[in-house]
Design a protein around this ligand. Structure first.
Ligand code: SD4
Length: 320
């Protein structure tokens, strides 16, 4: 049965949408479309928040998180905190295609990638070095520590474990709220066979504590898809989002009959009930090609679409 292909992704990352759309309109698979769409963003360093050279951690290193999920089998391949390999989405795809595992992390995920012939290269750029230096010049604020007192001798850490000295030093600048836009790519696609896939790729949170993995490579958090229902993907404060599995929530809401935008709204509402300052956005797509989005903590959220009789376009949604 031929169906009408469609792809949606977070933010106005239309180059990624275009890549995915070319694959889908040539009868390519949703998995290929999502992998190559996310790869386009990794190469173009979409907004500095995907791929190499962005979001340096406290040591100045960029690490990558990515996932790809097959809506047909509900199998997942993902990498977290991937070091020195640029194409995180393709490494995630390799975890999906070549292993029985779901998530590989850190240096050992890098070793996995190298075994499969991926190229080892630095993810550092002049830009990422500059971001790291600015953060150091600014006393390493904002940061993600809580309830520890910075060592005055080394203003940018290591941190002394003075748990009693809690409140004062790290007052509670929610690091995310004060950081600028954060723009992980999350993508959901339907191909001409009616099969679905979802995926994400990001360099995570800027100035994160080394070792941090966000929501993006976690199934149900950064993205989720059930080909019998639809898929969803999320962007925003991953440390908070991953506790609520918003993409799983949105897919389940659509299973119960919610429209995509409504499904996204209720998934975010669950987070906001506990974290009113939460910043994030979601996009969702049903298996019948209905799509929508919702957002919180920003004014509006643009997402990209292609298909349904039209080429690539951006739809702007006002946030709650
Ligand atoms: C993360 N969710 O690592 C990602 C970042 C992001 O838009 O979405 N930025 O927390």
């Amino acid at each position: 049965v031929m169906t009408s292909p469609l792809v949606v992704n977070t933010w106005p990352f239309t180059n990624a949408t275009e890549t995915a759309w070319q694959i889908l309109s040539a009868s390519g698979s949703a998995l290929d479309a999502v992998e190559m769409g996310c790869t386009t963003c990794e190469k173009l360093q979409c907004d500095g928040t995907v791929g190499f050279g962005g979001s340096p951690d406290e040591n100045g290193e960029t690490t990558l998180d990515a996932m790809i999920m097959d809506g047909d089998t509900q199998n997942v391949g993902a990498v977290g905190c991937l070091r020195r390999v640029k194409s995180a989405a393709s490494v995630a795809r390799a975890v999906l295609e070549h292993t029985r595992h779901t998530l590989l992390v850190g240096e050992l995920a890098t070793q996995f990638a190298l075994q499969l012939g991926f190229k080892e290269e630095t993810l550092e750029t002049d830009h990422s070095r500059q971001l790291h230096q600015q953060w150091r010049d600014n006393n390493c604020q904002p940061n993600f520590w809580m309830n520890v007192k910075p060592d005055p001798a080394q203003s940018c850490g290591p941190y002394s474990r003075d748990w009693a000295a809690a409140a004062a030093a790290q007052a509670s600048t929610p690091s995310w709220a004060s950081a600028k836009a954060h723009d992980t790519i999350g993508m959901v696609a339907i191909d001409s066979q009616g099969k679905m896939a979802a995926g994400t790729s990001t360099n995570g949170a800027i100035h994160k504590i080394p070792g941090r993995v966000g929501d993006s490579p976690v199934p149900g958090a950064g993205a989720y898809v059930d080909g019998a229902v639809g898929g969803a993907a999320a962007t925003g404060d991953g440390d908070v989002m991953m506790r609520f599995l918003p993409s799983f929530f949105a897919v389940e809401a659509m299973r119960s009959g919610a429209e995509p935008a409504e499904a996204c709204r209720s998934a975010l509402a669950r987070i906001v009930a506990r974290h009113p300052e939460f910043v994030g956005a979601m996009v969702a797509l049903t298996k019948d090609g209905k799509h929508g989005a919702a957002c919180h903590g920003i004014d509006s959220f643009p997402y990209s679409v292609a298909g349904g009789g039209e080429g690539v376009r951006v739809i702007n949604v006002s946030c709650e």
